[in-house]
Design a protein around this ligand. Structure first.
Ligand code: SAM
Ligand code: MD0
Ligand code: SF4
Length: 357
């Protein structure tokens, strides 16, 4: 059978609710023909529409400390990079969280490098911040702190922290070693699984354009379902000045879009981000069209806050705000969900595992 027909058959199979295997995922990742590509996105969109109608969720991104003990080769904030860093005070974090909430986001994502200051104080001040956000702001919280010890995860889980985001980046152990140098694959995976056992929702993710093969990507997409991740993501690698990977080119965006669409076909109920941290606000429409349903990396302007992959793009001119996003979504016939709708979705014990197979 001609390749086009095979790809079409796999899209139809997945659209009917049947799980894709590794070979089939690789075949879909190979799609180049424009009509097939559009058919893939359309199938993903239809599934999203059926489950989430035209509702989109928004995450406020609060990168409160850019200090880090690690040396990930892809990251601008790796310890060896000589850059200006900041650490917001708890009062500043709360103030920004409040303004993000008032602007209309559905969740506050508290992100940091693996800042030793927090490790040294057993995360007391971050636990306090989460408690205050829950009490006085009332929005769900995600922590993206890097690897935490089990006792610390216990403390966050006890407070009712909804999410722990911790991305493996790849599920190829050899590649992991090259990307997250001197870090332990199992330690990272186990922290995530421990949080899940303690009742937290987990987010798993990969980077594309970091030397992975299509088979590696397929393995990762399957791994996300095996661990029942609730939110699953891909981000295109953006080269960062001063890092060992600064001369590696950013990949063609169609790969990220194909991965988003395949994730949607495989895991209809999952939350899948359209990150503003890769192409800024101009990258929003195509990611939503490919099947994403959460806009992440909404950053309040002029607070001295950074993104991770695009640390300043569209931030201070207000492009990455709820208003900026709302305008674009409404042009597409999409709407912002309410906080209540987001809450009831995450309280419904959903996960990436296929429910309608
Ligand atoms: N430090 C914590 C950690 O590593 O888990 C949380 C913040 S970390 C900076 C969040 C994620 O940003 C990483 O897991 C990675 O997927 C993504 N990221 C970092 N550098 C990137 C880059 N150059 N291009 C694209 N994504 C990147
Ligand atoms: C994003 N810059 O969503 C954020 C970050 C961490 N939970 C998320 C990678 O694009
Ligand atoms: Fe640190 Fe996270 Fe960047 Fe790695 S990805 S260097 S852990 S901030």
């Amino acid at each position: 059978m001609a390749r086009n027909h095979i790809q079409e058959e796999y899209i139809n199979k997945a659209a009917k609710g049947r799980m894709l295997n590794k070979h089939e995922i690789v075949e879909l990742l190979l799609i180049e023909d424009e009509d097939r590509l559009q058919a893939l996105f359309e199938a993903a969109r239809k599934i999203k529409q059926k489950i989430f109608s035209n509702k989109v969720f928004l995450y406020g991104f609060l990168y409160f400390s850019t200090w880090c003990r690690n040396d990930c080769n892809f990251c601008y904030f790796r310890k060896s990079n000589v850059i200006d860093r900041y650490r917001k005070t708890p009062a500043e974090v709360l103030d920004i969280a409040k303004r993000l909430a008032d602007s209309g986001v559905h969740l506050i994502d508290l992100t940091m490098g693996e800042d030793m200051k927090y490790h040294a104080e057993n995360f007391e001040s971050l636990l306090d911040i989460v408690e205050r956000i829950k009490k006085s702001i009332g929005l769900p919280v995600m922590i993206s702190t890097g690897v935490l010890k089990n006792e610390i995860i216990d403390a966050f889980a006890k407070l009712g922290t909804e999410w722990y985001a911790l991305y493996q980046e790849t599920h190829n152990r050899e590649l992991f070693k090259k990307l997250r140098v001197f870090q332990d694959y199992d330690e990272r995976m186990n922290a995530k699984l421990y949080a899940q056992r303690k009742g937290m929702l987990i987010e798993e993710g990969i980077l594309t354009g970091v030397g992975e093969t299509l088979e590696d990507i397929a393995e990762s997409l399957l791994a996300m379902g095996k661990i029942n991740a609730n939110q699953v993501r891909v981000m295109s690698f953006i080269p960062q000045k001063g890092t060992p990977m600064e001369n590696i080119k950013t990949p063609d965006r169609n790969m990220e879009l194909k991965i988003i669409a395949i994730l949607r076909l495989m895991y209809p109920y999952a939350l899948i981000p359209a990150s503003l941290d890769v192409d800024g606000i101009s990258g929003l429409k195509n990611r939503i069209r490919a099947g994403a349903n959460v806009v992440t990396s909404i950053i309040p302007p002029k607070e001295g806050l950074m993104g991770v992959a695009q640390n300043s793009k569209d931030v201070d001119d207000g492009g990455r705000t709820v208003e900026g996003v709302r305008t674009i979504l409404s042009e597409m016939g999409m709407e912002l969900a309410t906080v209540q709708e987001y809450r009831s979705y995450i309280e419904n014990n959903f996960h990436a595992r296929r429910i309608c197979s």
